[in-house]
Design a protein. Structure first.
Length: 72
């Protein structure tokens, strides 16, 4: 007879269901935030330099000079 604990496994079914729910929530949060390799979270010096050049904050000469410094 089922006692209302998960899939009929008693207290172990309740624990397994809880762990599955927590695991799914964790994976969804991690997926939404990204794992750090997302293009939106990529604040490498090269990307910042590219953005500054695109916004017109630095000249082309400054861009290439700084790019060469970062390459070394």
């Amino acid at each position: 007879m089922m006692m209302g604990y998960g899939f009929g496994f008693g207290i172990f079914g309740l624990i397994i269901n809880f762990l599955l729910i927590v695991g799914v929530i964790y994976l969804v949060i991690r997926w939404v935030r990204g794992n750090g390799n997302s293009r939106f979270n990529d604040n490498t010096p090269r990307r910042i330099l590219d953005e500054r050049f695109a916004r017109g904050e630095i000249t082309e000469e400054e861009y290439y000079r700084m790019k060469n410094i970062l390459r070394d």
